[in-house]
Design a protein around this ligand. Structure first.
Ligand SMILES: [Zn+2]
Ligand SMILES: [Zn+2]
Length: 155
């Protein structure tokens, strides 16, 4: 029996899967210690590791620079699995000329959503919710820019 098979046999699951669970638990423990365990989408506490989802703040897929956006650490946010954009497979369709805001959970006129540019092809929260969320994050020193500053000063 190989060493990995032996480990898997004693763990009752594949060694790779067990390592993944452990790594995610460590990550969750650290973000709790740092006070980063607030969902970047709904602003509520992420209470268990099972709820934790690691999300790209700016979508990397089909962006101008997918590799940079995928790996850039200040493009990473923590959210609830159910709040994560990638898990929203169904697009909510409302009355014509309206769009669903995931933050305030209602259909609103398309004009209250940020402009769709090539970089941000679609937005899932209205301008009002976006401003509120940004303000809260800024108050906590939690914006991507703040984190970048922290990283810079640590170097
Ligand atoms: Zn959430
Ligand atoms: Zn809203």
């Amino acid at each position: 029996m190989g060493i990995n098979q032996k480990k898997s046999a004693q763990l009752g699951m594949s060694y790779g899967k067990a390592s993944g669970i452990l790594r995610k638990s460590i990550l969750f423990w650290l973000i709790q210690e740092l006070g980063w365990d607030t969902c970047c989408k709904c602003d509520k506490l992420i209470e268990t590791v099972d709820e934790l989802s690691i999300e790209h703040i700016e979508p990397w897929l089909d962006s101008d620079d997918p590799i940079a956006l995928f790996f850039r650490l200040n493009n990473i946010g923590f959210s609830h699995v159910c709040c994560n954009r990638q898990h929203r497979t169904t697009k909510k369709i409302g009355p014509p000329g309206t769009q669903w805001c995931w933050a305030c959970k209602q259909f609103k006129d398309v004009s209250v959503f940020p402009k769709q540019t090539s970089r941000h092809r679609w937005s899932d929260e209205c301008r009002e919710c976006h401003t509120i969320r940004k303000r809260k994050l800024r108050a906590k020193g939690r914006t991507a820019a703040d984190r970048r500053r922290n990283v810079d000063s640590a170097e």
